[in-house]
Ligand binder design. Structure first.
Ligand code: G1P
Length: 304
């Protein structure tokens, strides 16, 4: 689909997604010492598979995962496995066979390695050659967004309407804002859409311009790559995407798409457990049995 952008030029459809997944995952040690935190399971599917599925559901057909040297298992997860496929076929396990083949056909999935942990902005910058002059979405590998929240769809709609970059925002308690990028924003005539006027990475509560936190979804025009290239180290000595977005504000409008629920930050233990419980309860196969187990445990613990 093409439509008029804010500057009157025609803009391109959004088909590419970048998933930064190169971090150490220190909050999940010792598990994450040998297994990437993106491979944490929700029953039998790793978190990264939910992220890829979300991108595909929003119309992306080309996905670049930014990894690092101890994360090869993610590549194997989305690759064909002929010996296993043959074994499943011989045993007549067609449902399992279909599922593992389907996994490799979700999208064109590519990988690039971030050789040094220089920050989220740097990781996104690794996608420049692959993305080229296309608009693209970024999905942080930690955050599962429930499809009922419709975050990426809403952001793509906003881009199709305005032709400029969009970032997902959610209101958080003031004492939590120091864990996030924080946006100063003005309302627009669309309740969900704000016009971002400023951004600060992980401000102290007293210095935060608002309680609107940047959540793990971004939609960028390729102009962001110019800004990443000229962004030096910021908070924590890392090249921050938030700082590159501050420079972007001088060149293009930036919109904030606000949503209120349906996010699981699987990089946090408590949120990961909530994701496991809620997403398992929704499943047709193991959901009903899991409901009984939960009820049983709750009764025993005096919670019901
Ligand atoms: C990153 C971003 C931050 C954003 C957050 C969302 O921080 O730098 O602006 O609010 O993701 O989860 P991190 O969680 O990697 O420290």
């Amino acid at each position: 689909m093409k439509s008029d952008s804010y500057d009157g030029t025609m803009h391109k459809p959004v088909r590419k997604a970048v998933i930064p997944a190169a971090g150490f995952g220190t909050r999940f040690l010792p598990f994450s010492k040998s297994v990437p935190k993106e491979m944490l399971p929700i029953v039998d599917r790793p978190v990264i598979q939910f992220i890829v599925a979300e991108a595909v559901a929003a119309g992306m057909d080309d996905i670049l995962i930014v990894t690092s040297r101890h994360k090869k298992v993610m590549e194997d997860h989305f690759d064909r496995f002929p010996e296993l496929e043959m074994a499943l076929e011989q045993k007549g396990k067609t449902a399992e066979l279909d599922e593992i083949i389907e996994l490799t056909r979700m999208a064109n999935i590519h990988f690039v390695r971030q050789g040094e942990a220089l920050g989220l902005g740097h990781a996104i910058g690794m996608a420049e050659t692959h993305v080229g002059d296309q608009p693209f979405v970024v999905l942080l590998g930690d955050d599962i967004m429930h499809e009922r929240a419709g975050v990426l769809d809403g952001m793509v709609d906003a881009y199709n309407q305005h032709g400029s970059s969009v970032v997902a925002l959610m209101e958080v308690d003031p004492d939590e804002i120091s864990s996030y990028g924080c946006a100063a924003a003005e309302p627009t005539d669309n309740d969900r859409l704000h016009r971002v006027t400023g951004l600060v990475e992980k401000p102290a509560a007293a210095e935060a311009p608002s309680n609107l936190a940047v959540m793990g979804r971004y939609l960028f025009t390729p102009t962001i790559f110019d800004e990443i290239r000229s962004t030096g180290p910021g908070v924590g000595g890392e090249i921050q995407i938030t700082d590159a977005m501050v420079s972007l504000l001088d060149r293009e409008p930036l919109f904030g798409y606000s949503f209120t629920e349906g996010r699981f930050d699987t990089g946090k233990k408590e949120d990961y457990l909530r994701a496991v419980v809620e997403l398992t309860l929704e499943r047709d196969d193991v959901g009903p049995a899991f409901r009984d187990i939960l009820a049983d445990v709750c009764r025993r613990e005096g919670l019901l």
